[in-house]
Design a protein around this ligand. Sequence first.
Ligand code: GCW
Length: 678
Amino acid sequence: MTQALFGKDGYELWMAYEPLHSAAAIHYLGLCATVTVADQGELARSAAVELKRALPRLLGSRAAVFTETDSFSDSPGHCIAGTYATLETLLPEGSIPAATRTHHAEGYQMCVTAKGSLCIASASERGLLYGVFDLLRRMSSGEIWVPGPVKSEPKLAYRMLNHWDNLDGSIERGYAGETLWQWAELPHTVDPRYTDYARACASVGINASVLNNVNTQYEILTTEYLKKTAAIASVLRAWGIQTFLSVNFASPKVLGGLSTADPLDDDVAAWWREKADEIYTLIPDFGGFLMKADSEGQPGPYAYGRTHADGANMFAKVLKPHDGIIIWRAFVYGHGETDRAKKAWADFTPLDGTFLDNVAVQVKNGPIDFMPREPAHPLFGAMDRTTLFMEFQIAQEYLGQGNHIVYLGPMWKETLDFDTHARGEGSTVGRLLSADPDHRNFTGAAAVSNTGSHPTWCGSHFHPLNLYAFGRLAWDYTLDTEEIAAHWLSQTFGHDAAFKEKILPMLMDSWEACIDYMTPLGLHHIMKEHHHYGPDPGFNGGAREDWRSTYYHRADKAGLGFDRTRNGSGAVDQYHPPVADMLNNVDTCPEKYLLWFHHVPWDRIMESGRTLKDELVYRYRRGVEKAEGMVRTWKSVQKLVDPRRYREVLEKLEIQAADAQEWEAVCTAYFMSFANQQ
Ligand code: GCW
C-alpha cells in the first residue's frame, strides 16, 4: 500500500543530488561552469562518471560543461580534478598552493589555482575520487562553500565493511532483506546494484569490503565461487574498494581432503598457498582474509594445540607475497573464564609481539557484544606490538534492528574518545587505532554492514545514516557527529531548515533514548534469546550460561549489576591503572557504566538524588517518553517530507515507541520484583 504513495523509495541514499536552490546553484556554477577530469585511469573515470551524474542534477539546465584536458583553460569558473603528476603537465609550476599539498596516497586537497580554477588535486586517483565526493557532499548538503584551502587525509588505512552474508542469500543479523550478492547468476550477470553499492561506499571513504559471513560456508573458496567473487571485485575496484573474504579455518580438510587443518603442518600451508595463488590470479588486488576462529563453534587452531598467533601467522606468510593481510578476530569467549568480558584480553594479550606484520587483530568496540552501550574493549591499549583494527556493528542487532531509529555516530564516538591511559592521559581509542608508529600505513576499522536488498538498502529511510556515519568516522574519527548527521540529513531529505531543526536533535538524542528504554545505567545482554529483539531479563535457560540474561544483570534482593570489581570478577584490572581504579570504585565509576562494573544496592543514592530502584524506573520511563516524542516530532514535519517517506518512517517510529513501552513494562516489572523484596 505504501508503495503507491508518492515519494522517494530511498534507493539513491544520500546521493539523490536534488537541485540546489538558486543562490547555491549560481554559486557553484561560478566555481565549476566547466569541469575537467585530467586523469584517465579507472578511478578517475569513476570520478568523472559521478560528476556527470551529479552536476546536471544539482545545477540544473545550466549544468557544468565537461571539457578535455587540451581545451582546459586555467581561469575562474573552471574546475579541474587530477593527480599531481598529471596536473604538473597541465598547469604552470606554482599554480597549486603548496601549503595544503598532501602526499598521502588517499588524501586530497581542494584549492584555487594561481589563475583562479577550482582544483581537486591528489597524490593518487583514489584521492581524486574522494576529493570529488567531498565537493559533491558540500554542494548537495547545501553548504555555500567559499573555496578556502582544504586538505583531507584518512586517519585509518583500511575502512571496511564486513558483510555477514551467507551464500544462500540470507544475512546473519541482517534486517534489510537478502544479500546484495546474486551468487546464482554471477559471474555472468553482474547486477548494476553492485556499482551503486560501490559508489555509496566510496562516497564516504570506505575502501574495503568483506563479502561473506564470518560464520562461513566452505564453498566460498571453490573455483566456482572465486570466479563469482572476481566479478564483484571488478566492479568494486573501479570505486577504490578492495575485496576480502571470510574463510573457514578447516577448509584444507573439508575442501582439500587433507586429514588436518593444523596451521603448522606443511601440507596445510601448501594448500592455502595454492588457494591464495588461485585467488590472486583471478583478483590481483585481493585484500586478504577475515577469520573467526575458535569462536562460537567455528574451527580454529586450538584443536591442534596451537595459538591464535600460530594460526594467524600461517595465513600471514601465505598472503605476504601478494601484499595481502589477515584479519584475525578477537571475539572469543567461553571455556575457562568466569566472566565472558575478560576472555579476549586473557587470550590475546600474552600473544602481543608474536603476530607477523601483516596480521591485524580485529576487536569489537566493547568486551561483550555490540550492546547498546559498552565501555571500550580493554584490548585497546593493551597490545602495543600488535596492529588492532576496530570492529563496530552498523546492523543494529541489539538496538532495535531494522525497526528502531537510532543514530550510532555518538556511540562510536564515545568508544573512540574513551581514554585508555595506555600511554598516559589522552591515549584515546581513536588515537591508538590511528597511530602508525612505523609508517606502515596499517591501521583500520571495520563495521558489520546493515545493507541488503531492501529498497532503502538498510531497512528504513534513516538506517543509511549509520552506514554513512561509519564511513565518515573511519575516515576521520575527530569529525563532529552532529555535523555528520546534518550533512546526511540535507543530502537525503533536502535543505529545509525547519525540518533539520526538528530532526537533527531527534537523531542526536536517539541513542541515549534507546539506552534508556533498553539497558540503562550499564545493564546489558537482557534481550530475548537467539534473535536478540525485545526484552527478556528473566531468561535463564538455553545452552550456555553466558548467553543468559540473569548471568549479566545478577539481580537479587540486595541489588543489581555484574560485580567486575576487584571483589568480583576483577575485569576492571584489564584496564590501565587510572581507569581501573576509577571503574573499580562505585563512587567514581561513571553512572553510564555502573551496573556493568558493580552490583549496586537498590537503595544506593544516585547522582539525581533518587535511589537506584527509583532511578531505574525513571530511566525506563524517560526512554519511553523520548521514543513517543520521536513520533510526535516526525508528525510535526509531515508537510516537509514526501508522503511515502513520511508514512514509512512513521510506521517504524510507531513500532519503536510500542517496543519501548514493552521494554519498560517487562524490565521494570522484573527488576522491581527483586527490589521490592527489600
Ligand atoms: O553478536 C554475535 C552475533 C552472532 C555473530 C557473532 C560474531 C557472526 O549474535 O550472530 O556471528 O556475534 O560477531 O561472530
